[in-house]
Design a protein around this ligand. Structure first.
Ligand code: HEC
Ligand code: HEC
Length: 208
């Protein structure tokens, strides 16, 4: 058997301990220009979505889509177009590694009713899976491709669903969201957006 250097063996035995030493998350200079709307910690402000903890691949895809105009937004278009490929990648890495703080986002009293029904159980007559099947329990996201939606502003969430319906946003991996949004009517959009907006954007630390 080939002899491995001691450090490699230690890394193999204690991967998490060694990984942690390399996770200093320094803000790339371009992140300064995001603060005014998305907050100093990417926590979002007012009607602007939070960026902290969005998956890296998802994040990069959105910046590319804003820049190309595939995802239509008059504010983000010039910002994303002005960033180089490397800057977009660096920003995606940075914000995806920032954690949302418990209490962040737009959490309030979660409404019961049709929005909650759709979120937790879907609607089988229409072939609609529950939102949480892909967006995770509590809408906190799964992996790099299924973004967290809990605690995002209700207006923002509703606009995204509308954008899929009108073709102003690319449908994403396997066209999943395009297919889903198509089947929701105006009342559904409003109800489900209000439901997810009211959920906390991060778990309590002792509740992980
Ligand atoms: C002047 C305000 C403003 C500034 C500055 C700004 N943004 Fe945005 N950003 C927005 C708005 C508005 C949206 C929502 C767009 C939509 O509805 O599709 C958004 C959405 C986004 C999204 C999509 C989030 C999601 O959940 O899909 C990303 C990613 C993003 N911004 C990254 C950035 C980065 C990185 C910077 C800094 C380089 C930045 N933004 C600076 C206003 C701003
Ligand atoms: C089969 C999987 C799947 C289901 C079920 C699903 N989604 Fe999604 N959703 C996705 C994927 C994948 C994306 C990322 C799309 C992209 O990359 O552009 C997404 C993105 C979103 C976004 C954009 C988030 C942001 O930050 O801009 C919203 C809002 C959303 N989904 C709402 C919903 C709602 C509401 C439901 C239930 C009615 C739902 N989704 C059900 C897969 C799913």
């Amino acid at each position: 058997m080939a002899r491995l250097p001691v450090i490699v063996v230690l890394c193999l035995l204690f991967p998490s301990a060694y990984a942690q030493q390399n996770t200093a998350n320094t803000a790339p200079p371009a992140a300064q220009s995001c603060v005014a709307c998305h907050g100093a910690q990417g926590q979002g402000t007012g009607s602007y979505p939070h960026l902290a903890g969005l998956g890296e691949a998802y994040f990069k895809r959105q910046l590319d889509a804003f820049a190309s105009g595939e995802r239509v937004n008059a504010i983000m278009k010039p910002i994303a177009s002005g960033l180089s490929e490397e800057q977009r990648q660096a920003l995606a890495g940075y914000f995806s590694a920032l954690a949302m703080q418990p209490g962040g986002g737009q959490a309030g009293e979660a409404p019961t009713g049709p929005g909650r029904e759709l979120a937790l159980h879907g609607r089988w007559q229409q072939d609609l899976p529950a939102c949480v099947q892909c967006h995770g329990p509590g809408g906190l996201g799964i992996g790099a491709d299924f973004p967290p939606i809990a605690g995002q502003p209700a207006g923002y969430l509703r606009n995204q669903l509308k954008a899929w319906r009108s073709g102003d946003r690319p449908a994403g991996p396997q066209g999943l969201m395009g297919h889903i949004a198509e089947q929701l009517d105006a009342d559904d959009l409003k109800a489900v957006a209000e439901y997810f907006a009211s959920l906390p954007a991060a778990k309590e630390a002792n509740n992980e």
